[in-house]
Design a protein around this ligand. Structure first.
Ligand SMILES: Cc1cc2nc3c(=O)[nH]c(=O)nc-3n(C[C@H](O)[C@H](O)[C@H](O)COP(=O)(O)O)c2cc1C
Length: 232
């Protein structure tokens, strides 16, 4: 196989990537005096934007909770830990599409993806819609169940989340994914603030980004590679 990348550069990139993955820890306490540079947060958001998704439908949004009052309300009502939710530089709520949000027959969002983002012709869109529906019904088998369909879109949203945390770690920005919170309240706060329409979009997972105030108590603990990877 031909070399696609100079061996020296490959080695450097591999080391940098592994170091970033080792640097990334679930940070419990953030330094409230250290904001992220806007361009660093933008870089992290670009990583979400470029994440892959099933059928390329990007069924997520990154909602950045900027206003202190709204952010405090989100933290309070969802029961998030203020050491993370308030003290970190940025708090984001990642939302995913509901079944209505990606309904192949009716969703304006899907039309937008097909026509504008993918640049498909009206004829191509007309063939793609039923094909995508068949995919949801027969391949992933989620159509017909609101929960299963949201599970399908939320799985994609987690890929965007993962991209964000890895991008952050590459520039030594700390983060923590946050699932330990009241989902109904998260949805209510976002909807009341007019940030999402619950018919088409729902809260999937939150994350914070910033700089650590304290190192994690334990070293990173993982199973060895030989246990994780199973070869046939
Ligand atoms: C989807 C997801 C949700 C998580 N939810 C929380 C959370 O609500 N609160 C928290 O402190 N950590 C949360 N974590 C962090 C994990 O507990 C942490 O990643 C795991 O224990 C491994 O530690 P490490 O990330 O430092 O290597 C979450 C991680 C993921 C991937």
């Amino acid at each position: 196989m031909p070399d696609r990348i100079a061996p020296e550069l490959k080695h450097q990139l591999q080391q940098a990537h592994l170091q970033a993955l080792e640097f990334r820890r679930a940070i419990k306490q953030f330094d409230p005096t250290q904001p992220l540079a806007p361009e660093d947060f933008r870089f992290i958001c670009q990583a979400a934007r470029l994440a892959p998704s099933s059928n390329g439908i990007e069924p997520w949004n990154i909602v950045v909770l900027r206003e202190p009052k709204l952010r405090a309300e989100f933290v309070e009502r969802t029961g998030l830990n203020p050491d993370q939710g308030i003290d970190a530089s940025h708090l984001v709520a990642i939302t995913a599409k509901t079944a209505k949000g990606i309904d192949p027959d009716t969703s304006p969002y899907l039309a937008h993806i097909a026509e504008t983002v993918k640049g498909m012709t009206p004829d191509a869109v007309a063939t793609w819609r039923p094909r995508f529906k068949q995919f949801l019904v027969h391949k992933v088998g989620v159509w017909g169940s609101q929960d299963a369909t949201f599970g399908y879109t939320a799985r994609q949203a987690y890929i965007a989340l993962s991209n964000m945390m890895t991008a952050a770690a590459l520039i030594q920005v700390d983060s923590c994914a946050l699932e330990g919170l009241a989902y109904a309240e998260a949805n209510a706060v976002l909807a009341e603030a007019g940030l999402i329409n619950l018919e088409t979009d729902r809260f999937a997972v939150a994350a914070v980004f910033g700089y650590r105030a304290a190192d994690p108590k334990r070293p990173q603990q993982r199973r060895p590679l030989g246990e994780v990877v199973i070869y046939s």
